[in-house]
Design a protein around this ligand. Sequence first.
Ligand SMILES: [Zn+2]
Length: 152
Amino acid sequence: MVVLESLRTTNMTASAKGTIEEPGKQVRQKSGLNRAILDKGWHRLELALRNAARKPGTRIVLVDPAYTSQTCYRCKVVDANSRKSQAEFVCTSCGHTDHADVNAAKNILHAAGHAVPACGDLGVTRSVKQEPAPPRGQAHQPALSLVGIPRI
Ligand SMILES: [Zn+2]
């Protein structure tokens, strides 16, 4: 199983130009951020993972990214102030410390237990190729992969 944040890069990279009546703020900064997001090739990474996930027994799960970077993995308290920097997470409630991306990745993986498989709505339209039955006499034990995508 591969768990990904369901990042909406289209929304994330929307232009900040605004209109003539209401010009946008920090247009040049947002433009640079957009370039950084698109340069990461997140969509291409997801496509490559989906291609690799066609192998038997592999599954891709998308998780709502809301608050995954602000939630303490240990005590589940959500506080934007716990995110001290790009890399540092220090929980304001319990004092738990971790690399911010690792803390977020753990939250994403945990949330996957409640997520709908990305390969079909509630599994009704799931392709047989993507979810084959385990071989006879063998229990289904999916490999677990943790994919953390750095937040910007
Ligand atoms: Zn905590």
